[in-house]
Design a binder for this molecule. Sequence first.
Ligand code: NDP
Length: 292
Amino acid sequence: MSVNVIDGRQLAERLVEEMAEEVKARTGRGYQQPGLAVVLVGEDPASAIYVRNKIRTAEKAGLHSVVTHLNASCSQQALDKVVTELNERDDIDGILVQLPLPAHLSEERIINLVTPEKDVDGFHPMNVGQLATGQAHLVPCTPLGCLEILKREVGDLSGKHAVVVGRSNIVGKPMASLLLQANCTVTVVHSKTMDAANLCKQADILVVAVGVPELVDSAWVKPGAVVLDVGINAIEKDGKRKLMGDVDFADVADICKAITPVPGGIGPMTIACLIKNTLVAAKQRGVKQPVV
Ligand code: NDP
């Protein structure tokens, strides 16, 4: 079978270009330029790279952006103050606090503090509830990126058997909700699941988000399935740092219909969907440019 390697970078670029057109058209109609605020705490190198990529993509789409960088030892009170001020700023439509936070800070508190209409990560319990009840506006970016890919690769998802491996709040659970809403039959597999490989082998669509390098090999995949590899695992190999997915790409690629690579698959689509959410938030807020 000739494998279709899904180019997440190219899809993301196209999405960002489409959004840049939309932003231009909206500002032309008198709406304020959408604004994204990113809060980074500490010096984690991976988080710093993610933030840089998010800001770069926001600028490509014509958004204005604000980065607040706090010291790793900052107090909960100081972080709360930054988020509260961003909640109140009229020029900011989307707020993202880069996770994970240093251990002395409460992620749960921050997730609850970001006002739901600016919660472009889609982690606030109100947005989680709206997703679960089919009223979603702001949906976690990674599963949203996966859905965009599936819509383009598979088309109508109705009646497909989708298996999601992983049940985290940021990927697995919202992914399962989105697939259910798209009329898939959904199975969720996690670390306590019996006979995970056989369940996965029944999937038309297999989404893997576990954080275990190359857990899924060809014994887990039905021939002709579409496989989305969400995993990003940094591995030291021959003295070099390498990024690996949760799927054994070389083993699976020959039997599946289409597969996302790591890197260059889900990662860029996740960032594009952050911009999409900021645009959704801006449209909902509908703030006009000040009349001068
Ligand atoms: P979590 O650690 O929060 O969740 C992992 C999930 O995988 C859990 O539900 C766990 O089950 C399940 N799991 C672990 N081992 C197994 C196993 N052997 N068999 C079946 N299920 C298993 O991870 P995240 O969801 O946050 O992230 C998953 C991966 O995706 C990571 O590599 C992360 O870096 C990557 N990621 C990539 C993003 C991107 O933009 N591409 C964005 C977000 C994450 P249980 O609940 O029972 O413990």
